[in-house]
Ligand binder design. Sequence first.
Ligand code: SF4
Ligand code: SF4
Length: 82
Amino acid sequence: MKAYELVVYREKCHGCGNCVIACPVNAKNPETWGGKGPYSDDVVIRVENGAVAIINKDLCGGCGACIEACPVGAIELVFKRK
Ligand code: SF4
Ligand code: SF4
């Protein structure tokens, strides 16, 4: 089990797609840049219906790039205690 969990707050998100572009896992799937395009499940996050959605949490490496890219604090990594 991972020591962290990716959490998104859809109510804060305005759907800019910055996080989707910033994520290095998503970058392997260029069709998802900007949060749009044909959808693959090999991405961690994308914009769906105007707000960020977690698609495949297992692929997240916990790098934090999405958090840095988000202007409104709509993504967090929550670290679990042992
Ligand atoms: S923490 Fe890193 S790997 Fe995980 S969703 Fe954010 S940018 Fe992608
Ligand atoms: S979570 Fe933040 S960076 Fe990602 S689409 Fe929403 S507002 Fe933009």
